[in-house]
Design a protein. Structure first.
Length: 430
């Protein structure tokens, strides 16, 4: 197979995020899987506005421990304060108010620069080598999707026609559902697709559902001949490890929704469900943990909570939770809820099923593909249907639990599975 030059731009920008998004975790996991594979000639490549450099694999993989510590993945060196806060709240202890602060982007960028400088200094970062010396006939692999909306970051490919570019397009939601994304996101994604068509030898998607959507967009743009390969994303190996349940949490009725608080995730539906739950159960209503950072459209969610203090008593927003913390939270929940309007893939429902938790999710193609016969599917606009299911799970519906809890037939993709599939796909690129 051709040598692989893995785009590490998203990784090097990791210090600007106090906690990682799903795409950050996927990019890091894929990079480590390929860079550590002794059977691959894999290097790291960093495009910048000034120059494009490439680096030996050891210079990239050395950052793994730093990211684990920075993002709280290494709980042995830093306890997961966010998880402990949520756990204490679920057990009836006092908790801090749900944060609704306005983010100071200048201050956060300054902290990001400080973390980036500390990371590079700690690991003796070098300036790498010119892209002119990149091994001939390399594959340029961009999983993080950064740079595609900035065409000047890809202009180096014009000087290296021997390099074949492969880009992962995670979804085309900003083009197919512009009402669900922030202003400007649609034009940004338009540039992503334009760059992918101009430079791409092949495209990857995280699901068959996303592939169908990407192929439809390519057809619309007159580029239907560009091959697209679905490479379903894996879950973190943490979710595949067997651990005993938390006996205290297991006795507490609570539900979890994971992901950034943004419009397309449809958190507002669940808050309306919880308003009804409060009417039915009062102080005995189950609790809802929103595990995710504040994103575009969160003002509606925070405003609803401010206007409905009776709902707020049963809801907590948990930012900055580690992967292990999320797993522990899911493992003991009555169910993991995912009422999204649109997804390119959707990891939380699969993570939930992997740890034996029921997964109640919106009936959309990507969810059907990932959870198959093991999910509980509902229309993302069906308030009554979601309320009924959550009430039944709260009351311990034996039929639902027997059908969906700990189903031995479910198998999620591991990183080992993903690595082999990725190599198989890349070997087809001429």
């Amino acid at each position: 197979m051709r040598p692989v030059a893995y785009d590490v731009l998203r990784l090097l920008l990791g210090p600007f995020s106090e906690t990682p998004r799903g795409i950050d975790r996927v990019d890091l996991g894929c990079a480590l899987r390929l860079l550590k594979d002794p059977a691959l000639d894999c290097t790291g490549l960093l495009p910048t506005p000034f120059t494009t450099r490439w680096f030996r694999r050891e210079q990239i993989t050395q950052f793994e421990s730093y990211f684990d510590r920075m993002w709280g993945e290494d709980v042995t060196s830093r306890p997961d304060a966010s998880f402990e806060r949520v756990r204490n709240w679920l057990l009836g202890m006092p908790y801090a108010e749900i944060p609704s602060r306005q983010r100071n982007k200048h201050y956060e960028n300054f902290l990001g620069l400080c973390r980036l400088y500390a990371m590079l200094l700690q690991h003796s970062w070098s300036l790498g080598r010119s892209v002119k010396s990149l091994p001939r006939n390399s594959l340029y692999l961009n999983i993080g999707q950064l740079g595609l909306s900035r065409p000047h970051l890809l202009e180096w490919l014009d000087t290296r026609p021997d390099v074949a570019s492969v880009f992962m397009i995670h979804d085309v939601i900003p083009l197919s559902h512009p009402e669900l994304v922030s202003p400007g996101n649609t034009s940004l994604h338009d540039r992503v697709m334009t760059s992918a068509i101009r430079y791409g030898r092949a495209l990857l998607t995280p699901s068959e559902a996303a592939r169908a959507a990407v192929e439809e967009e390519l057809h619309r743009r007159g580029a239907a001949s560009l091959p697209v390969y679905a490479t379903p994303l894996p879950i973190n190996d943490v979710f595949l490890r067997q651990e005993p349940p938390d006996p205290e949490l297991a006795g507490r009725p609570y539900f979890v929704i994971c992901g950034a608080v943004e419009k397309r995730k449809n958190h507002i539906l669940l808050l309306r469900v919880w308003r009804e739950m409060n009417r039915r159960f009062g102080v005995d209503a189950p609790k809802l943990v929103i595990a995710g950072s504040l994103g575009w459209g969160c003002a509606e969610v925070l405003g609803f909570l401010d206007a409905n203090p009776e709902v707020r008593r049963h809801v907590i927003l948990a930012e900055g939770m580690s992967t292990i913390g999320v797993k522990r939270l899911m493992s003991n929940a009555r169910a993991v809820l995912t009422p999204s309007f649109a997804e390119g893939f959707g990891l939380p429902p699969i993570e939930a099923l992997a740890v034996g938790a029921p997964s109640v999710l919106s009936d959309i193609p990507s969810h059907r593909e990932g959870a198959g016969a093991f999910g509980i599917y509902l229309d993302p606009s069906d308030l009554e249907g979601w309320t009924d299911r959550i009430v039944r799970l709260t009351e311990g519906d034996i039929g639902i639990q027997a059908l969906h809890l700990g189903h031995s037939g479910f198998r999620a993709n591991s990183w080992a599975d993903f690595g082999e599939r990725m190599k198989n796909v890349l070997s087809r690129i001429d």
